[in-house]
Design a protein around this ligand. Structure first.
Ligand SMILES: C[S@@+](CC[C@H](N)C(=O)[O-])C[C@H]1O[C@@H](n2cnc3c(N)ncnc32)[C@H](O)[C@@H]1O
Length: 278
């Protein structure tokens, strides 16, 4: 009896995720089920649906619910200089080597990609990190920081680039003073920082073709943990193809390359999750 209930719940969940993909345009089919189920329970509760089948009917009657669902299923927790050790080690292990090899090759372009950028904290932290590292030599380089996400709401807030006192907690006061301006609405990034970053919608799981090529450094942090292993492999292969040779890949604290890339990436710092494509 219990087995039958579990099986029919799993079938209903599969149907729901298929529907969200087909009709809502969001593909959560290969995300880890535990997180998806916990988050879905919130939507069921909020809409008064008792079962997944009830919720499917609710989606048919209220298509605007797809957006609420996507907002709940995308976990947008982030922060400026999240995991400070990683930023410290990128400044120490990646930037000196990258910048000196660009100088040797007489190349001006520095290309970064923040692949799940949430509300912009990560790509803006990268821009500040580069400004701090390069100082007056910042102008010697053409810096592009591409920042992508599937949450349209997060992207909108990221483009606005205005943060509350809570959002900027923990940012050292000199960084705050040099790179932010305080307005009525909150702390806004100064334009020399914000203009380095361009935001766009991109679903990391949607294709094997990278949207950007010749990237010098990719940040893919705190998104792989939500994906099943096969999907992690697909995403990481696509990112590998997007990277220049040589170049750097930075993962989240609890993330590691999947086995398909083990041989192809050299670990520069196991704790900071910094990898080099040779
Ligand atoms: C926990 S946040 C991580 C933000 C930032 N990278 C960090 O480490 O602080 C995860 C982000 O991944 C985004 N996301 C989830 N699935 C995605 C996908 N398939 N493609 C791109 N972004 C995705 C979510 O919208 C969310 O903003």
């Amino acid at each position: 009896m219990r087995d039958t209930t579990i099986k029919s719940e799993a079938t209903a969940l599969n149907s729901l995720l298929e529907k969200v993909h087909q009709d809502g345009g969001y593909d959560f089919r290969e995300y880890k089920r535990g997180t998806i189920v916990r988050r879905l329970e919130r939507r069921l509760h909020a809409t008064g649906a008792k079962t997944y089948l009830n919720y499917i009917q609710f989606l048919d009657a209220h298509p605007e619910e797809y957006q609420n669902l996507a907002n709940d299923l995308t976990i947008r927790v982030s922060g400026f200089f999240r995991n400070p050790y990683t930023f410290q080690q990128v400044t120490k292990l990646v930037l000196p080597e990258l910048v000196s090899s660009k100088r040797d090759k007489k190349e001006r372009e520095l290309r970064f990609w923040s692949t799940a950028c949430a509300r912009g904290e990560e790509p803006y932290s990268l821009a500040i990190m580069l400004a701090e590292f390069l100082g007056s030599q910042l102008r010697d380089f053409d810096i592009s920081i591409y920042a992508t996400d599937i949450s349209r709401q997060a992207l909108e807030e990221a483009r606005a680039g205005v943060y509350s006192p809570k959002d900027i907690e923990g940012i050292p006061s000199t960084i705050l003073k040099n790179y932010f301006t305080l307005y009525d609405k909150g702390y806004a990034l100064k334009t020399d920082i914000s203009q380095m970053v361009s935001f766009s919608y991109f679903d990391l799981t949607s294709t094997t073709q990278p949207p950007f090529v010749d990237m010098d450094c990719i940040f893919c942090r705190n998104i792989l943990i939500y994906l099943q292993v096969q999907l992690q492999e697909k995403v990481l292969k696509m990112l590998y193809d997007s990277l220049a040779t040589p170049s750097y890949l930075i993962l989240g604290e609890a993330e590691t390359p999947t086995s398909n890339l083990n041989e192809k990436l050299e670990s520069l710092d196991n704790k900071a999750r910094i990898y080099k494509k040779m």
